[in-house]
Write a protein that binds this ligand. Structure first.
Ligand code: UD1
Ligand code: UDP
Length: 382
């Protein structure tokens, strides 16, 4: 039988971190012809991940513009993918998660009548405005996809509730595969100041914040709360690698510049980020990926959002929803920083999102689907 031509398509930092281990797994498997297409919805933040994983894309649409809109991202991805799919003619297109690249990649494949596999399928808030536009992106991709790779049992239940019953595989999240390759005991940070800080006995709070639905008033409230936390707890150091979005850059610098213990730094490469997370005492974030990684490293997370599509770590007790109101965020952080028993309740390792073998299961499922394998993949058991 001919090799199965599988094309991974991704464009932003989190998709790259979660798809790189899968692209590498497919590339080493007999029976597969693995192709990789990046849209470069993110440029620098994507390239940094490609670099760390030594991944060289076969196609690069290079679409990023400063302050790009959802429509320009989607239309540029769609027309770019047209040309790529026409030339490469893959047997399967794999997209990840819920970005504009994900949606446009799946739609382009559908227009070419190419089957679609959705990695990180079945996450839902059931609020179409939050996260925006991600909740609709993933629902629309769920409607298009033929194969659905669900990280957790509750993700699978969400799909079944939507009457998707075929092609669902429970795999765990590939982010845990990535994490298992990056964290090293005696890691050294390139930046001297960060290296010193990471080895000190100061209480490091790792912060990220970038979501579109937090732009404006919610982000202002979050930044104000962060400054109050730094003021009230002199033993803390806030390290905030700021997303390159101009909206986020402007807001973060406007509210947090000039504080001696708030460190606004450039985005970290994924290895530095994971190792910093492994050494911090608390994570405050509106990111999806950090909500999955920090629990695996035993780090408490305060989520700077009104909802989460990742309830598993909330149930495990390592993640709490802090919302986007200044006072609540401040009080929740203050409690963890001043009450050791409250902190200890959250600071334990939990792995509801994966065991580091998601990529193997996804590759096995694809092989099974195309008749290259006689048994279905084993299921992830949290
Ligand atoms: C996108 C995703 C979001 C994901 C996030 C991860 C959509 C609609 N949103 O949001 O789901 O959580 O990525 O970070 O797909 N920029 C650079 N260099 C980079 C990256 C971004 O300069 O390497 C700047 C550009 O000005 C760009 C802006 O950031 O226009 C926003 O990027 P965009 O991909 O549109 O939105 P994100 O907020 O990053
Ligand atoms: N990350 C990184 N460097 C940073 C900030 C985040 O490598 O400076 C990683 C982080 O560890 C996680 C992913 O990027 O794996 C999350 O990406 P982001 O927060 O941009 O997107 P989201 O997960 O919210 O979609």
């Amino acid at each position: 039988m001919n090799e199965i031509k599988v094309m991974t398509v991704f464009g932003t930092r989190p998709e790259a971190i979660k798809m790189a281990p899968l692209a590498l797994e497919l590339a080493k498997r007999p029976g597969f012809d693995a192709l990789c297409c990046v849209t470069a919805q993110h440029r620098e933040m994507l390239d940094s991940v490609l670099d760390i994983f030594s991944l060289e894309p076969d196609y690069d649409l290079d679409i990023m513009e400063p302050r790009q809109t959802l429509s320009t991202i989607t239309s540029k991805c769609l027309t770019g993918m047209d040309r790529v799919l026409e030339a490469a003619k893959p047997d399967l297109v794999l997209v990840h998660g819920d970005t504009s690249t994900t949606f446009a990649g799946a739609l382009a494949a559908f227009y070419h009548k190419i089957p679609v596999g959705h990695v990180e399928a079945g996450l839902r808030t059931y609020d179409k405005w939050s996260p925006y536009p991600e909740e609709m992106d993933r629902k629309m991709v769920g409607a298009i996809a033929d194969l659905h790779f669900c990280p957790t049992p509750s993700n699978r239940e969400n799909l079944i509730r939507e009457h998707i019953t075929e092609g669902i595989y429970l795999t765990g999240n590939t982010v845990i595969d990535a994490l298992s390759t990056t964290v090293i005991k005696d890691f050294h940070f390139t930046e001297k100041a960060l290296d010193v800080l990471s080895r000190s006995d100061r209480k490091l709070i790792l912060v990220t914040c970038h979501r579109r639905e937090n732009y404006g008033q919610p982000m202002t409230a979050i930044m104000t709360a962060l400054r109050r936390i730094a003021d009230a707890f002199p033993e803390t150091e806030l390290v905030y690698p700021v997303h390159l979005s101009p909206v986020v850059q402007e807001t973060a610098h406007r509210y947090l510049d000039g504080h001696p213990r708030i460190h606004l730094i450039a985005p970290l490469d994924v290895r530095e980020m994971h190792n910093l997370m492994a050494r911090c005492c608390l994570v405050m974030t509106d990111s999806g990926g950090l909500q999955e990684e920090a629990p695996a490293l035993g780090k408490p997370v305060l989520v700077l959002r009104r909802e989460t599509e990742r309830p598993e770590a909330v149930a495990a007790g390592t993640v709490r929803l802090a919302g986007v109101e200044e006072e609540t965020i401040f009080q929740m952080a203050a409690q963890l920083l001043s009450d050791q028993s409250e902190y200890d309740k959250m600071a334990h390792a939990a792995n509801p999102y994966g065991d580091g073998h998601a990529c193997r299961r996804i590759a096995d499922a694809i092989a099974w689907h195309f008749g290259l394998r006689e048994t279905p993949p084993e299921e992830f058991r949290p």
